[in-house]
Design a protein around this ligand. Structure first.
Ligand code: ADP
Ligand code: TYD
Length: 209
């Protein structure tokens, strides 16, 4: 499905350490001489970065969950066409900070059960799943305090608060069971280097397979 390359995604609640670990993994694989594309969602292509500003800034109730499903999927479609698929076709390792599992969780669970709509649109418009998904799991209180200490303008979801983050954590763990073949769960409540060592070991095994 994903051509000759390897498509790796990081998932988890806000502040769990995804961006940090995605960057460290990209550095590690690059040092081994691999061709790596490090990217993120929402975003990862010029058009999708414009949509990112629309969905992450402003009031928490700026968009309904249904509108968000469309916006995040539109961003993903552009990101996939312009960044992800060309890189995979060229045999590169694509490391993406969040992907469709985030839509399954944030839009699918946060304001009622819209998982069916998320999955239907995904099947129709995206139709690609990662080869490997690394879920950085951690306690939401710790994650949120890390995330809010960053002080960015992109706080629409962080402002939904701790109860939502707790639901997201449980949802991600359930998703890891649902898609057990591609998910690996990593304990994120440890030192950055310890988490990175686990990430590298899992990816190395997958690259050798
Ligand atoms: P995410 O992308 O999941 O939101 P980040 O990688 O941006 O998380 O990390 C959020 C904050 O926590 C950053 O300031 C980062 O430096 C810090 N951080 C990341 N991993 C750890 C860790 N294992 N221990 C302590 N702080 C961490
Ligand atoms: P991100 O920049 O990864 O935030 P963080 O570093 O805090 O984890 O993602 C921004 C927010 O966008 C995050 O709160 C989750 C949300 N999001 C969705 O709601 N749906 C999606 O499909 C994606 C990709 C992200």
């Amino acid at each position: 499905m994903s051509g000759k390359g390897l498509f790796i995604t990081f998932e988890g609640i806000d502040g769990s350490g995804k961006s940090t670990q995605a960057r460290l993994l990209a550095d590690h694989l690059t040092a081994q001489g691999r061709d790596v594309v490090l990217t993120r969602e929402p975003g990862g292509s010029p058009g999708a970065e414009e949509i990112r500003a629309l969905v992450l800034q402003g009031d928490p109730d700026r968009w309904s969950a249904q509108t968000e499903i469309l916006l995040f999927t539109a961003a993903r479609r552009d990101h996939m066409e312009r960044t992800i698929l060309p890189a995979l076709e060229a045999g590169k390792v694509v490391i993406c900070d969040r992907f469709a599992d985030s839509t399954r969780m944030y839009q699918g669970l946060s304001r009622g059960d819209l998982r069916g709509d998320v999955d239907a649109l995904h099947a129709r418009m995206i139709g690609v799943e990662p080869d490997l998904t690394l879920l950085i799991d951690m306690d939401p209180t710790q994650g949120l305090s890390r995330a809010l200490s960053r002080q960015t303008k992109e706080e629409r979801f962080e402002e939904f608060g701790e109860a939502l983050q707790a639901a997201m954590r449980a949802g991600f763990l359930a998703l890891a069971e649902e898609f057990a073949a591609r998910f690996r769960v990593i304990d994120g409540a440890r030192a950055i280097d310890d988490v990175a060592r686990d990430v590298q070991a899992i990816v190395q095994k997958r690259l050798a397979a």
